[in-house]
Design a protein around this ligand. Structure first.
Ligand code: NAP
Ligand code: ZN
Length: 351
């Protein structure tokens, strides 16, 4: 027995998203079934819908910033009951026994984590489908509790944009006195500003968009550098302990390297692929600087981030859309015209 579910899917890389009826499994003993209320729109959804990374399988139902209400639970579920608000982020399973999994680093599972969409379930080997849909089913161990006080709509983007920026901030031990910079003010960038500021860091934004300056200050930046202005770039030297680079497409990172402190790190969370132009190692060697990468965050760390956000009154700045507007939202995302995360009101799916 399976459930018929309505969602929105890309049927190939070349066509816009359109309605699709598909099936969800009935809950296994450890599964939680959720009615999807809200789903954030990540730039990864667009990359995957259009096969930018060359690994998409179709039909593809995107959505990994999922907030919903529990409608049913399997017999072994202890963490959730019917009626609870709950969240699902970018992954729904992992092997659970390898070293990274045991350390709470399920995103780095040696067998690969199971992505919320465009993944393959470890048990029935069927494709996973994301949150642009009426319901979703996942093991309770990969479902997050939504702390009281968080607005459900504005909490959705925390499940990817929030954790993806939180994890490097925590890994590189950002706190009072740290100096952090963020490249790109979109969904991930705006969460990075808020979270770094709340952790007590001095925060700088690198942006190509002069029009975003006032917003950046409101979101938590103390300083803004126009990355297209060579003078401003040259004046920013040897400052940052950590730069979080959220830019989705290939770009020159050489101008950012001298802005790092001795031992500073530039961590990629956005672009996936070969750098061009190539990276000059001179600024790395001369000040023991690093270039790194980071992928979402573990489940416990995601819960820690949600609890931190509830405690500090942090959530995403959102623009609500109907599911029928999703293709237009993608076009605006490509133009960097998002303030600062689209969230789909999934009630619109019934319209
Ligand atoms: P977004 O909302 O579209 O924001 C990206 C921002 O980057 C834009 O607002 C823009 O900021 C800047 N930008 C865009 N194109 C650029 C270009 N060609 N050159 C320079 N700057 C550019 O995207 P997002 O949802 O934050 O996602 C960002 C990236 O992170 C995507 O590639 C996504 O797939 C990836 N991602 C990775 C993880 C992970 O686990 N590592 C998780 C989630 C998402 P300005 O206007 O300020 O310049
Ligand atoms: Zn995402």
């Amino acid at each position: 027995m399976t459930m018929k579910v309505l969602g929105y899917a890309a049927k190939s890389a070349q066509v816009p998203l359109a309605p699709l009826e598909f099936t969800r499994r009935d809950p296994r003993p450890d599964d939680v079934v959720m009615e999807v209320l809200y789903c954030g729109v990540c730039h990864s959804d667009l990359h995957q819908a259009r096969n930018d990374w060359g690994v998409s399988t179709y039909p593809l139902v995107p959505g990994h910033e999922v907030i919903g209400r529990v409608t049913a639970v399997g017999k072994d579920v202890t963490k959730f009951k019917v009626g609870d608000p709950a969240g699902i982020g970018c992954m729904v399973d992992s092997c659970r026994v390898c070293q990274p999994c045991k350390q709470g680093l399920e995103q780095y599972c040696e067998e690969g984590n199971v992505q919320t969409y465009n993944g393959v379930d470890r048990h029935d080997h069927l494709p996973t489908y994301g949150g642009y849909s009426q319901t979703i089913v996942a093991s309770q161990d990969f479902v997050l509790k939504v702390p009281a006080g968080l607005d459900l709509k504005a909490a959705a983007p925390l499940l990817c944009a929030g954790i993806t920026t939180w994890s490097p901030l925590r890994h590189w031990k950002i706190g009072k006195g740290s100096k952090v910079a963020v490249v790109g003010l979109g969904g991930l960038g705006h969460m990075a500003l808020k979270l770094a500021n709340a952790l007590g860091a001095k925060v700088t934004l690198f942006t190509r968009s002069p029009s975003k300056e006032a917003d950046a200050r409101r979101l938590g930046a103390h300083h803004i550098v126009l990355s297209t202005d060579d003078k401003q770039m040259a004046a920013t030297k040897g400052q940052f302990d950590l730069i979080i680079d959220t830019v989705p497409y290939v770009h020159d990172i050489n101008p950012y390297m001298p802005t790092l402190n001795v031992d500073g790190t530039l961590v990629f969370v956005g672009f996936l692929g070969d750098l061009s132009p190539m990276l000059n190692t001179m600024p790395l060697i001369l000040a023991r600087r690093s270039v790194a990468g980071s992928c979402i965050g573990g489940i416990a760390e995601t819960q820690e981030m949600l609890d931190f956000c509830a405690k500090h009154g942090i959530a995403s700045d959102i623009e609500m859309i109907n599911i029928q507007d999703i293709n237009h939202a993608y076009e605006r995302m490509i133009k960097s015209d998002v303030k600062y995360r689209f969230v789909i009101d999934m009630a619109s799916l019934k319209a």
